[in-house]
Design a protein around this ligand. Structure first.
Ligand SMILES: *[C@@H]1O[C@H](CO)[C@@H](O)[C@H](O)[C@H]1NC(C)=O
Ligand SMILES: *[C@@H]1O[C@H](CO)[C@@H](O)[C@H](O)[C@H]1NC(C)=O
Ligand SMILES: *[C@@H]1O[C@H](CO)[C@@H](O)[C@H](O)[C@H]1NC(C)=O
Ligand SMILES: [Zn+2]
Length: 524
């Protein structure tokens, strides 16, 4: 009874400790809401332009709780309480929910989901660019079941295309843009079964260089999958794990170069210095592979050898926007997911904030008139934050009370399962003296697992630009690819564009519809 009283007293005391001065005035909230109302009323005039450009930002594992926590972190990095901050994605006018399940999985993986939002077809977990008729890891079941992506459709329509990721460029999300594979882990032939090799399936790095030979921009990690087995890495000469992996002896960087027209300028770079000294105006094709595997976490990034996600996006948009027919760009904040799997929430949230910077960068370089931008996630994580924390509480901080059951403090951030589960002397670890704000701190979990799991709830889809209003409710995830195709007049949805101005003027579709309906309306 006494301890319960103390808990409540402490909680109440801290909760009342801080309210920003301007927020005490009712007028502040009324003005703020009225301004939002004005902005919303303007949305009644729909943007039905043709999307010359399409950019999709994919936060791997960026569930809604991650978005909220990253927003607070962004504000706190600017020395504000945090909750009132707006992420760039928060400013997008249209938001929908995406149902992320795979055809055979309630809680999905990144391969099945990437196939959904890039190729427009839901499929089985672990498979890439193939329909659900394919069984995972069964090479022979992929044949004839290939599905193509929005990147492919955009390329066919004469647009420039690009892939930028913080993971390996042959990792699950980016690979659905160009590959067809019964197994997401077939990074190079070294990871494939003898049976799959015998049946003629190709590894994903090989497919990156051979399937669509003229992808203008490819940036991320994954160098080792491009080089023959045991070839020393250019950056980590002493590290065996960074060496080349390929059994077929191919040097896929050479392959990449050999497919580029001689009169075009193609550049392969492996470090940030080289990337940032390139003049994008003179670059036609860019391949940037900055690590042997995934890129480092943004918080641990070596700023001499590795570019940030926003730096890569800036270069990519400069190169791609030279095409008068426009471009398609896939940007993946791919290591939000990895931070969560390790239960290192600080790493995951800094990855999210960096992706938001990249969204800001791309927004400043493109126009709402001709560029559809979508921000979404493939799936969520069992990441949560709560505990009645007071306004402005560090997002990595403690709840304002101890548990009324084991009398120990707890952090606001927790995981449903994962490696942070720790029992010491038969009890939950007391984190009182633990540095829970450290970037490698693993937040506590209810169930021990070496690798925290994905979450199964819907994720958000934020959209702005032409046809963004088509993302407006609770959608199946594969619908996203269809919206991108429709907006850009590529793939199966080109018919509605036939009458639209090829110069990117407004489509007459809705206007015609309105004119047809008006007389009817007046009659009845
Ligand atoms: C690669 O190197 C490792 C050890 O450095 C060795 O065991 C292995 O046989 C080598 N493989 C090839 C294909 O040369
Ligand atoms: C970056 O790559 C270029 C080309 O290989 C090399 O000359 C340069 O030394 C590298 N810079 C760093 C900082 O590693
Ligand atoms: C790079 O990192 C070093 C060490 O953390 C820091 O002192 C420097 O300001 C950074 N430079 C840039 C351009 O971010
Ligand atoms: Zn994952």
């Amino acid at each position: 009874m006494i301890s319960l009283f103390l808990v409540l007293a402490i909680g109440t005391c801290l909760t009342n400790s801080f309210v920003p001065e301007k927020e005490k005035d009712a007028k502040y909230w009324r003005d703020q809401a009225q301004q939002t109302l004005k902005n919303a009323l303007r949305l009644q005039k729909l943007n039905t332009n043709v999307a010359k450009n399409v950019i999709i930002f994919l936060g791997d594992g960026m569930g809604v709780s991650t978005v909220t926590a990253a927003r607070i972190l962004k504000g706190q990095l600017q020395h504000n309480p945090g909750e009132e901050t707006s992420l760039e994605m928060d400013k997008f006018p249209y938001v929908a929910l995406s149902k992320t399940y795979n055809t055979n999985a309630q809680v999905p993986d990144s391969a099945g989901t990437a196939t959904a939002f890039l190729c427009g077809v839901k499929t089985n977990e672990g498979t890439i660019g193939v329909s659900a008729a394919t069984q995972r890891s069964q090479c022979s079941t992929a044949k004839g079941n290939e599905v193509t992506s929005i990147l492919h459709w955009a390329k066919d329509a004469g647009k420039s295309v690009g892939i930028v990721t913080t993971t390996r460029v042959n990792h699950a999300t980016p690979s659905a843009a160009y590959a067809h594979s019964a197994e997401r882990e077939w990074y190079s032939d070294n990871e494939m079964s003898p049976e799959a090799l015998r049946q003629g399936c190709k590894d994903i790095a090989y497919q990156l260089m051979h399937n669509i030979k003229d992808i203008e921009v490819i940036m991320g990690g994954g160098r080792k999958y491009m080089f023959p087995k045991n070839r020393t890495d250019v950056e980590y000469e002493m590290d065996e794990k960074s060496r080349g992996t390929r059994l077929d002896g191919l040097n896929l960087i050479d392959t990449w170069k050999s497919f580029k027209p001689k009169h075009k300028h193609s550049h392969y770079v492996w470090n940030r210095t080289e990337l940032l000294t390139l003049d994008p105006h003179t670059v036609d094709y860019l391949l940037g592979l900055f690590e042997p595997g995934d890129l480092q976490y943004e918080l641990n990034r070596n700023n001499v050898t590795d570019p940030s996600l926003s730096e890569m996006v800036e270069v990519a948009v400069k190169i791609l926007s030279k095409n008068p027919k426009g471009f398609f760009l896939l940007v993946e904040g791919g290591r939000i997911d990895h931070g969560h799997h390790e239960s290192k929430a600080k790493l995951a949230l800094h990855e999210t904030v960096e992706m938001d910077r990249a969204i800001e960068k791309a927004g400043a370089m493109t126009s709402l008139e001709d560029t559809l931008t979508i921000v979404t996630a493939d799936h969520s994580h069992v990441f949560t934050f709560g505990g009645y924390t007071p306004r402005g509480n560090s997002i990595f901080g403690l709840a304002p009370m101890v548990s009324d059951t084991d009398n120990k403090p707890f952090t606001a951030i927790l995981y449903g399962n994962g490696p942070g589960y720790k029992v010491i002397g038969g009890e939950r670890e007391n984190i009182y003296k633990v540095d829970y704000a450290h970037s490698n701190y693993q937040a506590q979990a209810a169930v021990p697992l070496r690798y925290e799991t994905h979450g199964g709830e819907d994720v958000a889809v934020f959209a702005k630009g032409p046809m963004a209003h088509l993302l407006h409710g609770v959608h199946e995830q594969n619908y996203i690819a269809h919206v991108m195709g429709y907006a850009a007049c590529v793939g199966a949805n080109q018919d509605h564009c036939a009458s639209a101005s090829s110069a990117g003027g407004p489509s007459p579709g809705p206007l015609l519809l309105l004119l047809t309906l008006l007389p009817l309306g007046t009659l009845f």
